[in-house]
Design a protein. Sequence first.
Length: 212
Amino acid sequence: MKEQKLIKSLFSSLNIKDSKLKSEILKFAIIENISKNSQIIKKDQFIKWFIIVLRGRIRVWHQYNDRELTLYTIKDCETCVYSIVAIEKNYQSLVNANTLNDTVILKIPIRYMQRWKKFKSWEKFTVNTLINKYDSLLKFVELIAFKKIDERILKYLKDEFIRSNSRIINTSHSQIAKEIGTTRVVVSKTLKELEKKGVLTLQFKKIKLLKK
């Protein structure tokens, strides 16, 4: 019953009304429940499935040596840009992806994607995904290229505040470092400076924002 509601929510969100497309999605798709912190895509892995998040959040990230850098997150009724690229070619992933919480996904074999281009709602979904994720990546590049570390940390914390509607952010210094592409030592030093300025208070694996 819950799965049916998630599928109906997906159809509504993507404005999928064509009965044939609905039928094919229901016929070929697999619904999978994935635990928090599970890696679902590894760098250099060939992408064989088109994945849509029905409920939950997935972090897409790049690793260089010992550093991780979050590129974007995938939320309800969204997919990954690299799933779309894989429709056109036998594609090896350049990124990694893992779940940020318990997540429900819809998996569809890539081989069925080509024939769905004829459906306007599906084409609109894939094009909008490419545009939105490109915009997100452009803003992210601007952030890491032109903003100081303290500004990047505050941007991350404020985004988490908006998402959770709570001034108490449950995160670690290591996790923040992964999100913004720096080291834990740099994050810890910067957070202490922000605490001295009265912007936030530090607790064990928690940060309380005092100012918006």
